[in-house]
Design a binder for this molecule. Sequence first.
Ligand code: 13P
Length: 252
Amino acid sequence: MSKRTIMAAGNWKMNKTPGETKEFVNALKGLVAGSNSEVVIGVPSVCIPAATEVAKGSNIKVAAQNVHFEASGAYTGEVSCAMLKELGVEYVIIGHSERREYFGETNEMINKKARAILDAGMLPIICCGETLTQREQGVTAEHVRYQIKIALLGLSADEVSKLVIAYEPIWAIGTGKTATDEQAEEVCAVIRQLLVELYGNDVAEKTRILYGGSVNAGNAKALFSMPNIDGGLVGGASLKLDAFEQIVKHDA
Ligand code: 13P
C-alpha cells in the first residue's frame, strides 16, 4: 500500500450550474466527512465561489479546471491565479487532454501554468496520457515521459513533491473503457521512475500520481490499491453523489 494519501478528485468538466454546485457540495459534505482520502472537486470557474463557500469548514477542497499563466492583462475570457486563490481554490487541473485537443494547450503552456500556480500558493494537477494510436504504436512511455518532463521544467524538488500528476489515457476518457489495473499501474510506474531520474527517490516517493479514465465505484478500489496509483481523477462518476461517495470511500 502506498504511503501517500489517496486523492479522489472529481473533474466536473462543463457540468453543473452554481446553484447545482451548492446543492451537490452541501450533500457531499456529510457523505465524505472523516474519509481517509483527500477529497477534491474540480468545478467550472463560475461555480468556484459557490463551491468554496459551501465547502468551507469541511474536508472538501476545490480545484479549478484551467487558469492563464499571466498575472493580468489583455487576455479576454481568461482567469488568473490570483483570482482563483482569492476564492479559496487549492488545486488547478492543467494539461487535460480536452484542453490540449480543443484549446491548443501545449506542454510549454502547461509548464508556464504550473509555475504560476505554484507561485500563487496553489498546487497543479498535471494531466498526461496517450492516444489509442500512440498506445498501439508502442510509444506510450516515451510520450508520457516527454509530456511530464516539459511540464516540470524548472520546478524545484520541493514543488514536485507536493504537486499531483494524473495519468489519463485518452482512449479511456468518457468511453467506459477503463485501462486495466496493470496497464494503469505500468504507466504510473514509468512516471514515478521519471521522477526518480529527475529529482531522486525521496521526491518520487512523495509525489502523488493519479489514474483517470472511466474510474467508477466498481473499479476504484482495485486501481487505487496498485503500488504507484495514488487515487483517481474522475469525470462522469464525480457528477453523481452516490458514485463519488463510493469512490472516496473505496477502502471502507
Ligand atoms: P471519465 O471519468 O468520465 O472517463 O473522465 C476522466 C477524465 O477526463 C477526468 O479528468
